[in-house]
Design a protein around this ligand. Sequence first.
Ligand SMILES: Nc1ncnc2c1ncn2[C@@H]1O[C@H](COP(=O)(O)OP(=O)(O)OP(=O)(O)O)[C@@H](O)[C@H]1O
Ligand SMILES: [Mg+2]
Length: 238
Amino acid sequence: MSAAALRFTDLRCGYGDTVVVRGVGGLAQTGRVLGVVGRNGVGKSTLLKALAGFLPLLGGQLHWQGQDLTRVPAHARLQAGIAYAPQENVVFGELSVAENLWLHLPDRRGARYAAALAAFPRLEERLRQRAGLLSGGERKLLSFTRTLGLQAPLSMLDEPTEGVQPENIDRMAALVNAAKAAGRGFVVVEQNLAFIEQNLAFIEQIADEVLVLDHGACVFAGDFAALGRQALERHLQV
Ligand SMILES: Nc1ncnc2c1ncn2[C@@H]1O[C@H](COP(=O)(O)OP(=O)(O)OP(=O)(O)O)[C@@H](O)[C@H]1O
Ligand SMILES: [Mg+2]
């Protein structure tokens, strides 16, 4: 097994007696982006919640850098180097934008947010405002910025571009690619195929590998380039 990798095998997870994700396996590596795509309700967020430790596994195995994570709780997964930005409830609305960014970080100095705040001046202007006053897209940007700033070896982002303005989606892609070049890895759930930069959607700008889900099962896994735009569109058509 390659050293800094999250390997999952034959995962089963769901809610109560309802199994939503079954038999799904994959490999997320540092320095790479694994895209997870599929239509509404196929189980993308359920898979990410299970990988992050917010849903118990009903079956399957999960290893990170050779360590068995199957029964390791969510907070310990973050300490082990796996960050997670959920699809919903992404910020603490009563706290300021700055407090949201620094909440879990004992050392408040440093340049960990400099690149993202330069890319998103609207956030920088509003550092002292309550995060609850931000628009939905701005909240997603704040959540993205906070997660990126953790500089975790692996970050899992659930539909980070939902509601975000196109020019900012481009900047998000550039920031992910810079973090990737610095050796960090990502698992990114996406559904938005709108063309942004040079006829490439966000996920096309960043993904190296891809996992396509349908009805909770994996229907394609492999190189993103091997999937191709047409197949991608077909998998996402309602
Ligand atoms: N907390 C929950 N309790 C029970 N069922 C749930 C819960 N959350 C999701 N589900 C169900 O699990 C299935 C998969 O949902 P999930 O949110 O994983 O899909 P998704 O692929 O992320 O969809 P979307 O693209 O809309 O975000 C759906 O049928 C959904 O209704
Ligand atoms: Mg979802």
